[in-house]
Design a protein around this ligand. Structure first.
Ligand code: PLP
Length: 285
């Protein structure tokens, strides 16, 4: 695998940074994961917009303009496509950089560390929706921080939640806040279906503004499927006809059980199938 580190392409196994990098010491940085299928990139400008917002929130200067980022992504796809196959995610990472002291407060003049690499993601399920089994998830109190709208590399809260779900033999964990309202899952956004209406929690500081979420909402509107951004209680979640999770690598994935309670009839639902195909038609727009 060929990676990109600070303006250089090199084998991933040879990429090295200083342990004094604030990304290493504090998780002080922003990242993105951008999916591609058959060399076509999904949601490039939306991913760039989110990264720009995150960098601005952290007061890190964006080291590249969009064209330069596009060149990095394209180069990683070109250099790695042959061995990774047609479904590739590109990870982009900008940390604040390094300084030779360890202080929570940062200097203003640091040079951001830029790292990127490509990795295999599952092929789109849209080609074989009948073979999709559906995910088993847990439900847990959201114990992360209150800046979940920032795609920060500080992911310990998400890591601990995910590992707890994994220990229970689950694929993911759906999280709820103090008011018993669903925020998101540890690596994805949450949608439910109630009597033919698709619902997803509104954007705020409690969840990541997922690009798949955004593209799915747009594709549902395109197909005249009713979709609402409204708070969802844990009770509504448990009684939903369908639940879906969205992320760049999962696209739109059906959930068939929550804490071992079946959702619907315990099989991927009919609207999920429509939504996945609508998303698949729309995603390169
Ligand atoms: N929520 C969290 C916590 C995530 O980590 C992710 C992506 O990995 C998402 C939501 C989905 O975002 P996207 O659709 O942009 O991949």
């Amino acid at each position: 695998t060929i990676a990109f580190l600070n303006h250089q392409y090199l084998p991933l196994s040879e990429a090295k940074i200083s342990p004094m990098d604030r990304g290493f010491l504090f998780g002080d940085g922003i990242y993105e994961v951008i999916p591609s299928f058959g060399g076509r990139i999904v949601g490039f400008s939306a991913h760039m917009q989110r990264m720009e917002n995150g960098l601005r929130a952290l007061e890190i200067e964006n080291p590249f303009d969009r064209e330069s980022w596009q060149r990095v992504i394209q180069s990683l796809l070109d250099k790695n496509g042959a061995h990774l196959g047609p479904s590739i995610g590109v990870y982009l990472h900008v940390s604040r950089g390094m300084e030779m002291t360890r202080n929570h407060g940062y200097s203003e003049n640091l040079t951001p560390t830029v790292f990127a690499f490509a990795f295999r993601i599952p092929p789109s399920q849209s080609a074989h929706p009948d073979e999709v089994k559906g995910l088993h998830v847990s439900l847990a109190k959201d114990l992360r921080w209150q800046r979940c709208h920032i795609k920060s590399t500080s992911l310990l809260g998400n890591v601990l939640h995910f590992q707890e779900a994994k220990r229970d033999g689950k694929h993911e964990s759906i999280l709820f806040n103090h008011q018993n309202e669903i925020t998101e899952a540890t690596t994805s956004n949450v949608f439910i279906v109630e009597q033919g209406i698709v619902r997803t929690p509104p954007l705020d500081n409690q969840l990541l503004p997922g690009i798949t979420r955004k593209l799915l909402i747009e594709s549902l509107i395109n197909e005249n499927i009713q979709v609402e951004e409204v708070t969802i209680s844990t009770e509504k979640l448990m009684n939903a006809d369908e639940i879906w999770l969205t992320s760049s690598s999962k696209e739109v994935a059906p959930v068939v059980s929550v804490d071992d309670n079946l959702i619907g009839d315990g099989k991927p639902g009919p609207l999920w199938r429509k939504a996945l195909l609508a998303y698949d038609r729309y995603k390169f727009n």
